[in-house]
Design a protein around this ligand. Sequence first.
Ligand SMILES: Cc1cc2nc3c(=O)[nH]c(=O)nc-3n(C[C@H](O)[C@H](O)[C@H](O)COP(=O)(O)O)c2cc1C
Length: 185
Amino acid sequence: MDVIEAIHHRHSNAKVKQDAIPREAIETLLSAAVQAPNHYKVRPWRFIVLTGNGLDKLGEVFVASFADRQPDLPAEALDKTRALPHRAPLIIAVGVDQPAEPKVLEIENIVAVSAACQNLLLAAEAEGLAVKWRTGEWALDAKVKEFLGFAPDQHLIAFLYIGYPELVPEAQPRPSFEDRTVWME
Ligand SMILES: Cc1cc2nc3c(=O)[nH]c(=O)nc-3n(C[C@H](O)[C@H](O)[C@H](O)COP(=O)(O)O)c2cc1C
């Protein structure tokens, strides 16, 4: 698949099958991710690959955190929360290293890891995989970060929910670049 075609064809898709994704395909995505540009070659990305029991454990951490914040939740609410990671057979959680030296800027590490995420999304498109990028309250949660092995000050910028598409939603045309662009000639 041509890269321009992949960029235009890619859309968030949360409707995925539970079929396992071969390790080779997951490695193809990760390898694409780390081709991203990054200032000072600090490779600020961290990927936590969750499948099977990993998703179960993440669900338990979601529940523990939710119950901390809102005690006396009904069992159904906790069950719903526990099941959240199983919306796909694979989650890749993506973290950002904090700069280890003054010349490295936090914002530049974040944008480099964002570029890595986009590479991963495009590789998934080429591999026939669907991805839904999620963040929400869980990406800011101290317990979740700890479980994933991230320091409290590390940014957790994505939970990439990945699977083979159950159905492919009709592509919605995106707004053009025109109103966001100034040409200085
Ligand atoms: C940093 C970031 C965080 C996101 N977090 C969420 C989220 O928590 N929940 C969600 O439904 N979509 C989330 N999205 C997906 C966007 O909603 C989606 O990309 C947007 O609607 C455009 O749709 P498209 O991906 O099909 O182009 C996130 C996207 C980015 C880049």
